[in-house]
Design a protein around this ligand. Structure first.
Ligand SMILES: Nc1ncnc2c1ncn2[C@@H]1O[C@H](COP(=O)(O)OP(=O)(O)OP(=O)(O)O)[C@@H](O)[C@H]1O
Ligand SMILES: [Mg+2]
Length: 460
């Protein structure tokens, strides 16, 4: 789990009540990425607006226009019926039909009989049927039959006169606002264009933020910043980027200063120690001299360790490290010292770390097992995001209450155990330092082998 997940989980632990509960519920359902969120912020209002507009338009405008059109067609038909009633002659009929066809765009014919076909089932989504029926019923007040579905471009209307049936075909679009869908097509297509534009813009805005996040992440893992990182994008993002670069430089400068100082001090002390040793050699023999010599040896190895510790921090570049090769080398060393070791590796043996530092991290843990135990089992797992290496040994282990202390520089348990081991107590301190500078950590646990289990976990 990354620190980020941890923070988020801690936030989510606050009790759920009312609005806050709802907000948290929303937060869990909504996308978490900045890109998706910004897109939502743009799209949601647009969608709501368009839905409302479309609904109102359909409800009002479409209905109204269709009503007007149907009313007009019905009025024309009513006029034709009235004319037919007033001028019943054959010749008049032909004239009326002619005028209806040329001026009113109605195809009119008369058929004998007053039988109407059984009513057609109402089409599911057609306001035309409804409105036209209402208009005819209101204006003409005679039995009628309509078919708004059958012939697609025409609407058929039959109206019972005294002893005949009037059959009329009217163009569908003169009774019905038929091209309304154009409005919808325009609306949807402009929305699509808007979405594409906003996606393009958003990508441009979010890329610098992602670059900054990547740079900060790799700095946290102790890696070099990604090639060519420079603050870009909107003012605020640029400011954050600049602040990050300055911060990184300050930290690096501080680290360098401290390292240089440590190295300087250790080096000076070593010179003095050498002088001591020379003077002691001149002073002759004796038990006191021997014990002084022993102290100088101890101090010398402590200083050496310290110098190494300081050197380890000097910036090393990230490179390839072959774990298989390293484990082989450690196994050889164990064989030389008559200790047993097994190791297994899951995943790619090549890891991208600071090779010298990381080698030191692994050898420090392995050499502890070599020194304090008889057997070591290494289990390394390299996945896409993490490298986990577990060291199990069968030694005396480290009691729980000392597991924090042993990471302190120069802290050793061996004095209490009266072990005659010549460590300086820096091994674990250095190991943890290196793991942390890679963005990971070293932790200690109980081993199933009875001794100590040390676990390296680093993001790769
Ligand atoms: N595998 C282990 N089993 C038991 N005790 C351990 C083990 N590893 C470390 N320790 C204890 O933790 C102490 C600190 O270990 P650390 O590696 O930091 O120092 P060191 O081994 O004494 O010296 P150095 O590694 O600098 O030569 C050791 O003194 C030892 O008592
Ligand atoms: Mg050690």
């Amino acid at each position: 789990m990354t620190l980020f997940d941890q923070i988020r989980r801690d936030q989510d632990r606050s009790p759920a009540t009312g609005l806050r509960g709802l907000l948290r519920w929303l937060r869990h359902r909504l996308p978490t990425g900045l890109y998706a969120r910004s897109l939502l912020i743009i799209l949601l209002p647009m969608l709501i607006l368009q839905t409302v507009v479309a609904f109102v338009f359909m409800e009002r405008h479409w209905q109204l226009v269709t009503e007007r059109l149907s009313e007009a067609v019905t009025r024309d038909i009513a006029a034709v019926i009235e004319l037919l009633e007033h001028y019943p002659g054959e010749e008049d009929f032909a004239n009326i039909v002619g005028v209806a066809a040329s001026r009113l765009n109605l195809m009119v014919s008369l058929e004998p009989g007053t039988e109407l076909p059984s009513p057609r089932p109402r089409p599911f989504f057609s306001i035309l049927d409804q409105i036209l029926s209402d208009e005819i019923a209101e204006q003409i007040r005679r039995p009628f039959w309509i078919d708004t579905v059958g012939t697609s471009r025409l609407v058929e209307i039959r109206i019972v006169l005294d002893d005949q049936t009037l059959r009329i075909f009217a163009p569908r679009n003169s009774a019905y606002a038929s091209n309304t869908h154009i409005f919808l097509v325009w609306m949807v297509s402009t929305a699509l264009v808007l979405i594409v534009i906003s996606i393009l813009f958003l990508r441009g805005q979010i890329r610098p933020i992602l670059a900054l996040a990547n740079a900060a992440e790799s700095f946290g893992k102790g890696q070099r910043p990604p090639e060519g990182f420079s603050p870009r994008g909107a003012d605020e993002v640029r400011r954050a980027g600049l602040a990050f670069i300055l911060m990184r430089e300050r930290i690096e400068r501080q680290m360098e200063q401290r390292t240089a100082m440590l190295a300087g001090v250790s080096h000076d002390l070593r010179t003095i120690l050498t002088r001591f040793r020379l003077q002691l050699a001149l002073a002759g023999d004796g038990p006191e001299i021997d014990s002084l010599n022993q102290d100088i040896d101890d101090m010398q190895s402590m200083l050496e360790g310290y110098l190494d510790f300081a050197k380890g921090e000097v910036e090393e570049d990230v490179g390839k490290l072959d774990l298989e090769e390293l484990f082989e080398r450690i196994a050889g060393d164990f064989a030389l010292h008559d200790r047993s070791i097994t190791w297994k590796l899951d995943g790619d043996p090549l890891v991208y770390v600071r090779p010298n530092a990381f080698t030191r991290l692994i050898t420090n843990l392995a050499s502890n097992a070599r020194r304090y135990a008889g057997r070591l089992e290494i289990d390394a797992r390299h996945t896409a995001k993490w490298l986990v290496i577990i060291f199990d040994d069968d030694g005396p282990g480290i009691p729980k209450e000392s597991r924090d202390d042993v990471f302190k520089p120069f802290y050793r348990l061996d004095e209490a155990r009266n072990l005659d081991a010549s460590g300086t107590g820096l091994g674990l301190a250095i190991a943890r330092d290196i793991a942390r500078s890679h963005g990971g950590n070293v932790t200690l646990e109980d081993s199933p082998l009875g001794g100590l289990r040390a676990v390296i976990r680093v993001p790769v």
